[in-house]
Design a protein around this ligand. Sequence first.
Ligand SMILES: Cc1ncc(COP(=O)(O)O)c(C=O)c1O
Length: 421
Amino acid sequence: MFNPRLLREIRARFHHVAKCPYQGARAYFENAGGSLRLKTAAKVAAKLSELPDNQGRDNPASHALVRMIETGRRDMMEFLGAAHNDKAGGRVFVGESGTECLFRVIRAAMLGAPAGGRALGGALEHPATRSAARQWAAHAGREYHVIAHDPQTCALGAADYRRALTADTRVVTVIQTSPVAGVSVDVAAVCREVRGIAPDCFIIVDGIQHAPHGGVDVKALGADAYAVSGYKIFSRHNYGFAWVSKRLAELPHDKLDGTAADHWELGTRDTAAYAAFSEVAAYLDWLGAHFTKSAGRRARLLAAGEAIVAHEKHLIEAMLRGCRSKKGLTEMPKVIIIAGADNPRREGLVSLAVRGVPSAQVVRALSERGVRVHIRKNDYFSANILDPLHMTDCVRVSVCHYNSEAEVARFLGAMEEIVGG
Ligand SMILES: Cc1ncc(COP(=O)(O)O)c(C=O)c1O
């Protein structure tokens, strides 16, 4: 867990940490719906929105914008661990959202891989990859197979992929962490299985829920694409970005005639997206410097990731087992914890239901007690997790590293009132 002074410094760097401008004081546990925003990221985005200038002109403002875009791209590459990825080459591109980036990458892989064969995904996935894979596999005339996870633990492992893989598997999608169950997949192990059976298969990773909760290392994963959303990682809406390997980047895809074979950005980009992410990288660099003496920025980014993991693990344990004289969720008999309380792959959130109380009512009661959480319903976003459990809804309580144990205690106190002990 972060020491109290560092946690205060961390919290001071974000907007609206303890107070919502519309509601007043509240503990924010809706991080999987959108993280708090770094003050520096909001500031640079606001500043850039004042400028009339466009990129690619011979004037000082335009040169500055181009420099910010280049810096932003380098920062994204470094954050992803792709900066020195000589073997795979590859590049990042910015799109309108994580979903849009994933659709474009999956479409290119489905249409560009050698004809025939099949595509494979996991039932744990968000519809961003599942819908794209289903739709574009059909267009490409490939069979699309979805591997079921264990409904009770939400586990989906390399062995599950191994059983489903065939030598003619052309495209595989993997989610690193489920935004509904909060359970992560060992993506590196899945990639090893895929490469062992179908070495040329394109592997596309949805890292959107994982990226704010620990380090990313695409080089170590061995995938072909990895997507991130700006608003989930401390910056802003209206952009997502994806890293694509050289061989995937050069597959036919939407692009303007005359641009390079691996060019993916379509039209004029908002410089603020790149500049805001540079502020995210600078923040993580600052945070990581508290945990390593390394002179290398990548090492500091990874150190920040490890420290985030440790702090969030503490918060989740406090939520499950209790803290500051408040009972934990596991001590509340009416509370059902999706994916189980003793789940070693839990990351960043707890989804729960209260026996006999509709989740909408729990969300409202928590809100009245100054705790922001979110309902997940059995709809196209969350049915993959809730349906196999025969559940209609659940309450998602999602943490981030700037949350405190005191906020967890506030949540637990409110839950105790709601569930009646
Ligand atoms: C795991 C995951 N994938 C994809 C998405 C979609 O991202 P975006 O809203 O940037 O399109 C989300 C958003 O909640 C998500 O959690």
